[in-house]
Design a protein around this ligand. Structure first.
Ligand code: DQA
Length: 146
């Protein structure tokens, strides 16, 4: 069988990982972590997209339809505000797993509400960058959509 194709989509400020509040988000940048993910998961085809712009994230989510087996989405601050991202997830048939590096429930109250969760298959929050690897493990075992 051909390899499952998964895209990781990161939202605003996640391009600054490694520099941004390292006590919360850790000391490694995402690009280098992504290379490790590719190395550790040769059984998957992995892609990565990051944008600070809400509409670009919506476009990328729409474009995945029919082309990927899963999306790992860290919508970052848009998690808490974006009806447009919520609607984009609802508009595609690709399953979306929500990931947060930090535990959003341990932080400021405005982070406790995720607008997108109701459209996602589940959420991993607070496990650091490992959350992405765990998300990939989930997609490996998930039954493929026809
Ligand atoms: C985040 C949590 C969000 O509240 C925050 O705005 C982010 C990152 C996380 O990965 O922990 O930018 O999604």
């Amino acid at each position: 069988m051909d390899k499952k194709k998964i895209i990781i989509i990161n939202g605003p400020n996640l391009n600054l990982l490694g520099k941004r509040e390292p006590e919360i988000y850790g000391a490694s940048g995402f690009e280098e972590y992504f290379l490790q993910l590719q190395k550790h998961n040769p059984d998957l085809v992995l892609e990565y997209y990051q944008s600070n712009i809400e509409g670009k994230l919506v476009n990328r989510i729409q474009e995945t339809d029919g082309k990927y087996d899963g999306i790992i989405l860290n919508a970052a601050a848009y998690t808490h505000t974006s009806v447009a991202i919520h609607d984009a997830i609802g508009a595609i048939s690709v399953p979306v797993l929500e990931v947060h590096i930090s535990n959003i429930y341990k932080r400021e109250e405005f982070r406790h509400k995720s607008i997108i969760s109701s459209k996602c298959i589940g959420m991993i929050s607070g496990l650091g960058l490992k959350g992405y690897q765990l998300g990939l493990e989930y997609f490996k075992t998930m039954k493929r959509k026809k």
